[in-house]
Design a binder for this molecule. Sequence first.
Ligand code: NAP
Length: 256
Amino acid sequence: MKRNVAIITGASQGIGRATALRLARDFSSIVLAARNGDALKEVTQAVNQAGAEALPLALDLREPAADKTLVDETLKRFGRIDALVNIAGAVPQIDLMEMTDAQWDDGMALKLHGARRITIHAWNALKEAKGSVVFTSGNSAQAPKSAFAAVATINAAIVALARAFAERGIQDGVQVNSVLPGPVLTNRRKTYMEKYAPTHNMTFDEAMEKFPAQDGISRYGQPEEIADLMAFLVSPQAIWMTGSAVRMDGGEIKGV
Ligand SMILES: NC(=O)c1ccc[n+]([C@@H]2O[C@H](COP(=O)([O-])OP(=O)(O)OC[C@H]3O[C@@H](n4cnc5c(N)ncnc54)[C@H](OP(=O)(O)O)[C@@H]3O)[C@@H](O)[C@H]2O)c1
């Protein structure tokens, strides 16, 4: 039997889009949040075709009021929230020595504070539904590099934040976990490699080929593989999991 209502942020492309399509198999209603309304229209059609009702909400989740709009519109239309999957993220990938305060603030405004505020606004509804939350971190949280310092710092903060919500969730009946993807083939990854290649005397194709081969299973992850993990974490099969940080990175990070 399908569960009821899932909210997915960052649903217009990449891991978020793949998660929306995957959860359409398990949930009857999916709320899709991101800025790009045209892309959300396309995802809405794809979710409908996959058998779920979709509600697209074009919002800039850096804005403090957006989380309230997202939760209020969801409750107005569907009356409950069973799962919240926080995926939206666009932290600038700039060297530690060059990144400005404004760029740090912008990265945190979306990926950390946006996800935190949505989770707080959705909490009572999640509590009523005995629901689940997943935060998207990244494996850089466990292996920070100077070239990815902001991403790594914010990803580590996301893991800590998810654990803090999980601790509250034990008394409130809400499960909270985080996912730490490694290199996944999405537009975000391609944009980064377009910048990386010329600064390392490579063509784009050479950089794309070399990068995932460095330290793990020698290919990029697919968004659908991360989506399957998200689907497991919000499923009844994961009912005893909370406060976990689950890395899925083709074995790239060697630490425990
Ligand atoms: N791809 C990887 O290799 C990788 C690795 C580790 C972790 N991650 C994490 O996984 C998540 C998804 O990454 P991805 O590769 O799928 O990225 P992506 O393809 O760039 O997608 C990012 C999503 O976030 C949304 N978004 C960006 N800014 C937003 C804003 N201000 N308000 C609302 N939505 C916004 C984008 O939609 P709009 O542009 O329409 O707003 C899009 O749907 C991110 O948190 C990323 O840090 C990715």
